[in-house]
Design a protein around this ligand. Structure first.
Ligand SMILES: [Zn+2]
Length: 272
């Protein structure tokens, strides 16, 4: 798929009115952008029009030469109130968005193209005593950084989850399967960097990093004024070591540079 498509963009260029638009592949006219006239700075009012009543459509064939097409950043999209895709886009969509997500490609059930296996969990097994399990989920909704779907089978030892439950999950490159992650996790995660696990390379956690830091303080009787900016924890998938660093502190760069190189990633063994 053309990676310039299915995105919010700001288009400028000679002979073209500046446009806040969503790019898509029109089945008959090809790559297109639909939106509203919007000069900088972009305002929520522009976003509202582009979502609800886009009045301008631009055909993008040959756009490389004439047009300057800038992707709207995630932070900008949030400030403007832009959804992952506008409601009118469904008329142009050939497939639901998850089927075109490169992080999910090749992982769907061969006969049920919306069914995928994900890790469900009750937090880090080291602390919860419950191991993560792989279960089938039918994806129903695309959220900004994650998906929502229903459990098609019942986990064996995670009693809190039942067949038919709705679960939120996300996919990352460092895991062979997507994993359960809620909004609280996604929000808290932005405040931390997590080093790849030294054994398997997993770059996420099964609990909000701040929650782990708070538990670490309780376990070690650390007074509140000494909140750690860097700590180690156990990888929820393999028990290896991950380092957490608080964004905006000196720990951030240290953790970003921490690379347990030379180790074979366990998910590579599974790769066909
Ligand atoms: Zn690991």
């Amino acid at each position: 798929m053309d990676d310039r498509l299915n995105k919010w963009v700001h288009v400028t260029g000679e002979g073209c009115t500046p446009l806040l638009a969503f790019t898509y592949d029109d089945p008959t006219a090809g790559p297109s952008a639909k939106g509203t006239v919007a000069r900088l700075p972009l305002e929520p009012e522009h976003a509202k029009r582009a979502i609800e009543e886009p009045e301008t459509t631009l055909r993008l064939s040959g756009w490389k030469n004439r047009l300057n097409v800038r992707t709207v950043s995630e932070a900008e999209a949030r400030d403007l109130g832009l959804p992952p895709e506008p409601p009118w886009f469904m008329h142009f969509r050939r497939y639901p968005p998850w089927r075109e997500d490169p992080l999910l490609t090749g992982k769907f059930h061969p006969e049920y193209p919306d069914d995928i296996q994900i890790f469900v969990h009750a937090g880090n097994p080291r602390f919860s005593g419950k191991r993560p399990e792989l279960v089938w989920v039918r994806i129903q909704e695309s959220l900004r950084q994650s998906y929502r779907g229903i459990l098609l089978n019942e986990p064996q030892q995670l009693e809190a989850l039942r067949q038919g439950d709705s679960v939120q999950f996300m996919a990352v490159q460092s895991s062979p399967h997507p994993f359960m992650a809620n909004d609280a996790y996604l929000e808290d995660r932005k405040g931390w960097v997590v080093s790849p696990c030294d054994k398997c390379g997993f770059t996420e956690m099964f609990q909000p990093p701040s929650e782990r830091a708070a538990a670490f303080m309780r376990e070690n009787n650390i007074p509140e004024e000494n909140t750690p900016i860097m700590l180690s924890t156990f990888c929820p998938l393999c028990g290896g070591c991950q380092i957490l660093g608080k964004v905006g502190t000196e720990a951030e760069q240290k953790v970003r540079e921490f690379n347990p190189c030379g180790k074979k990633k366990w998910w590579r063994f599974w790769k066909k």
